[in-house]
Design a protein around this ligand. Structure first.
Ligand code: TXA
Ligand code: MG
Length: 314
């Protein structure tokens, strides 16, 4: 079983070191417990999806110590500044466009050009973020499809030995997830109701907030078609070789002639970590299409194939 430890300076130091080494650490926030990883480390982020058994790559929330850090990662406009000033630290997540030289793994954005940022209010979370010194990607620390955990024991029951350390901060005071507001397009849009009431957000913005999917220009929530990253050229799966003009995206040791290989050793965590990097590179190359070799339908392979299937159908 994973170790549950109290939040002491020694344990925070150990947790921060684990995060910097690419391990997963569960920690309390004011909303729910998060399953954290260094958001700049592709493999660490891939391990989050593996631990949660997520059948697909949903974009993750990146946790920061202060609003100043958000300005380097994303385009932080006047609306973002107004909401951050009023509600951070607190249970509000802002979806913003990634900055041009954003150092975050593309996997935290599931390949999209936006990123969800939040500054949590919990003292334990804030100390951990400060000591880790890196932005921390953290979905709720449950298995896919299960309830969000509000106590350290919930995390242990859900994730057993899939997390290096569980910091115990007692029950989460808010108990529901953060409110997610998308500011990446013309109209502010509510993607997920949560711990911060919509009315408070509208009052601070002094404009109405649209509900996801209800207006033509409102961004769709990530579960909906159209909001997934797909390359601009055709993609086909289960390829054995490239046809003329195509790039071949390989997997495993038997990939002679591959333009790029997601994992020469056949490691699915490595493949997930490379997926969006490689697709972006091939999409920008001079190819007529992308042929992807077969990826096994197990572990992270299911999420990789889900994303490839959507791209192939686009
Ligand atoms: O309270 C919370 O927000 C907790 C704690 C740990 O901070 N975290 C959490 O994360 O609930 P998660 O991964 O379970 O939920 C993230 C939500 C999802 O609904 C996801 O689709 C949305 O945020 N989201 C993340 N990045 C996004 C993006 N780039 N565009 C649109 N939606 C995004
Ligand atoms: Mg969740």
């Amino acid at each position: 079983m994973s170790r549950i430890v109290p939040i002491t300076p020694e344990m925070l130091d150990e947790a921060a070191r684990l995060l910097r080494r690419g391990a997963l650490v569960a920690f309390p926030t004011e909303t729910v417990y998060g399953l954290g990883a260094d958001a700049t480390d592709d493999r660490a982020v891939a391990r989050i999806f593996e631990a949660k058994d997520r059948p697909r790559f949903n974009p993750l929330i990146v946790h920061l110590t202060e609003a100043g850090a958000a300005k380097e990662l994303a385009r932080f406009d006047g609306r973002a500044a107004a909401l951050a000033e009023r509600f951070w630290p607190g249970p509000l997540t802002l979806v913003l466009r990634r900055s041009a030289d954003c150092p975050l793994s593309p996997l935290v954005s599931a390949g999209l050009d936006t990123v969800a940022l939040r500054v949590p209010a919990h003292d334990g979370a804030r100390s951990l973020l400060r000591m880790a010194g890196v932005p921390v990607a953290a979905p709720s620390a449950n298995r896919a499809g299960q309830l969000s955990p509000t106590r350290a024991t919930h995390v242990q029951e859900a994730l057993a030995n899939r997390v290096a350390l569980i910091l115990d901060g007692g029950p989460c005071p808010v108990g529901v997830e953060s409110t997610v507001v998308d500011l990446s397009s013309t109209r502010p849009t509510l993607l997920r109701p949560g711990g911060l009431p919509l009315e408070d957000i509208e009052a601070a913005l002094d404009e109405p907030v649209a509900l996801a999917g209800t207006t033509p220009d409102a961004p769709k929530s990530p579960g909906m078609v159209g909001s997934h990253y797909a390359p601009s050229i055709p993609l086909r799966m289960e390829a054995r070789e490239a046809r003329p003009g195509e790039a071949l995206l390989g997997f495993g040791p038997d990939a002679a002639g591959a333009t790029l290989n997601l994992s020469p050793s056949g490691d699915l965590v490595e493949a997930a970590a490379n997926l969006f990097h490689h697709l972006h590179i091939l999409d920008q190359g001079d190819y007529s299409g992308i042929a992807v070799m077969a990826i096994p339908e197990r572990g992270l392979g299911r999420a990789i194939n889900d994303r490839l299937r959507r791209a192939a159908a686009a």
